[in-house]
Ligand binder design. Sequence first.
Ligand SMILES: [Zn+2]
Length: 248
Amino acid sequence: MPRFDGGYVPRSAMAIYAHPDDIEFTIAGTIAKWARAGCEVTFVLITSGNAGTHDRKFTRKSLARVREREERESARILGAARVVFLHHGDCELVPTLALRKELVRRIRRHRPEVVLCNDPQALFFGDRYINHPDHLAAGKVALEAVFPCAEMELLWPGAGLPHKVHAVYVSSTAAPDTWVDVTETIDVKIAALSAHQSQLGDRDISPMILEWARDEALRAQAGKAAGKKDTGRSKYAEAFRVMRLMRE
Ligand SMILES: [Zn+2]
């Protein structure tokens, strides 16, 4: 049985997110760390981000093509084993039963020990960012697919053999309880983000990423006093709310 401490590395993980670059902004340090340690990582991107630009030179089709290429390059940098695109429309995502079933099919096929997804309740960040509705929808439908649907024998037998996910790592959450030390992989995270040229252009976002990860490391160290799990004296960290679905 895995132990969910700072050094925990699952055998396999599936990151279910809305857009190319969501994984990179939120959990890429953890992904790179786990992949380096032998975890088989699958990315599931529900959209290809085909509305994600104000640049009139793109069509939805050409933008999707570019962003899928960027995501594949980023996945290679992070050490992910595979990238799956479900080709739903950007800015149109809703957590439907049909999408839940698509995710159940992927979960049952790749059988991840851990699923990572966004917190569907995180509507506001500070006073400047209303969370993208696709992020909320992706988080909600991912959680619904993990529990209970993927593990129920009588539900959708044509979608594969039932599979029980051990734990869900919920990112971009207002209520984190676990931090992963990403000091060793923060550079890889920044490199993966820089693959998303269509989104970043010439913007250097590394100071922002470093600041976020430094803030999380400080929160982790403060949380230690409150009895929360942390990763010791890490310089950079990523934060999660971890739901453990398997009894240890
Ligand atoms: Zn996004």
